[in-house]
Design a protein around this ligand. Structure first.
Ligand code: SD4
Length: 339
């Protein structure tokens, strides 16, 4: 964890990344240059972007699946299963930080270019919530199943129930219990959801999101990640957006849906993400959550222009395209982590 924190600190001190779509006006860390959307520009496809460092291996797998002719939904599922199965990734799937009762509870959603979507929330004992979310999309008339119902559905679909609390996560939980204060550490305990947005070879957009949610949350708490419109939203005619960070703030503002709506009005992905982060900041600057508030969005539009923007420094995202391969980009941000 300290490595990650050091990495974040270094990232905050280093040059602040901007997306490939930005042209070169006066760049500063806090005021990114904003590229206008170019309507007739040749679309970049396929394109895969996803949040945080674990986006790299996830992108890798998704890209491979797309190139093997798999559907975008199958490719997203395969990519997101990588961090879900990795016990080192402490806020997604197996090995995720538990809630304050020591239970690992998972949220996930997936959405395709037809606006069909599936989600699970407050799911326990199933290692791959993204796969259950896909089954909700494909095999039920509903969008979201939650808690015990989601578990029963998963079992009926052949998923195996297993213990997701690793000894490391149990140890961290016991340490947390000594004081049991709920004060999330910015960029660490609450902010490693993986959200992924994809443009496939046909130019169709889809996305997914999977998380163990906020560490030490109340039992039963559901964040933004499985909520279509909050943690993830897309409109195949416009673009897609996904969130990471304090889910309560993203839900309060319907974050991802708003980013997509701003792109519909002609804003670039960066302009749209920035405007919603500003809105979240303005609504929370006198709020009790402000002390530990971090939110970040990734977005892409139909042309394949993309961006990441966060309230505080430290957020990054992985991008995979034909021209430049798989790489990380630091998101532009409003304020340094320490502020
Ligand atoms: C949540 N938004 O449950 C999620 C946590 C997160 O990166 O994004 N982590 O609030």
């Amino acid at each position: 964890m300290s490595d990650r924190r050091n990495f974040i600190k270094k990232a905050a001190l280093g040059t602040i990344g901007v997306t490939a779509v930005l042209s070169c006006n006066n760049l500063t860390s806090k005021e990114p240059t904003v590229a206008a959307t170019v309507p007739n520009r040749k679309a970049v496809k396929p394109l895969v972007i996803s949040t945080w460092n674990h986006g790299l291996p996830a992108n890798e797998e998704t890209w491979k699946q797309l190139k093997n002719g798999k559907s975008a939904l199958d490719a997203i599922e395969a990519g997101m299963k990588i961090p879900e199965a990795d016990p080192e990734v402490r806020s997604v799937g197996y090995g995720g930080f538990p809630d304050r009762d020591g239970k690992v509870t998972l949220d996930a959603c997936i959405m395709d270019h037809n606006s069909d979507c599936g989600a699970v929330s407050f799911l326990q004992g199933i290692k791959h919530p993204i796969s259950v979310a896909k089954k909700v999309l494909q095999n039920t008339p509903h969008v979201m199943l939650s808690g015990e119902g989601a578990l029963q559905f998963a079992l009926s679909e052949g998923f195996k129930e297993e213990n997701l609390l690793t000894p490391e996560s149990e140890k961290d939980w016991k340490e947390w219990m000594e004081e049991s204060k709920y004060k999330p550490v910015i960029n660490i305990e609450n902010h490693d959801t993986i959200s992924m947005l994809v443009i496939d070879e046909d130019g169709n957009i889809s996305g997914g999101c999977t998380t163990s949610g906020a560490a030490w949350k109340m039992h039963g708490r559901v964040g933004d990640s499985p909520i279509i419109g909050a943690g993830l939203f897309l409109d195949n005619e416009v673009g897609a957006a996904a969130a990471t960070g304090l889910g309560e703030a993203v839900i309060r503002t319907a974050g991802s849906a708003m980013v997509v709506e701003l792109m519909r009005q002609g804003k670039s992905p960066l302009e749209a993400c920035k405007e919603i982060v500003e809105r979240i900041y303005n609504k929370h600057k006198n709020h009790k959550d402000m002390e530990y508030l971090q939110v970040g969005f990734i977005a892409l539009n139909k042309n394949g222009e993309h961006a990441g923007y966060s309230l505080r420094s430290g957020f990054n995202y992985a991008i995979y395209d034909e021209a430049n391969g798989n790489r990380m980009e630091d998101a532009t941000f409003k304020m340094a982590e320490e502020e």
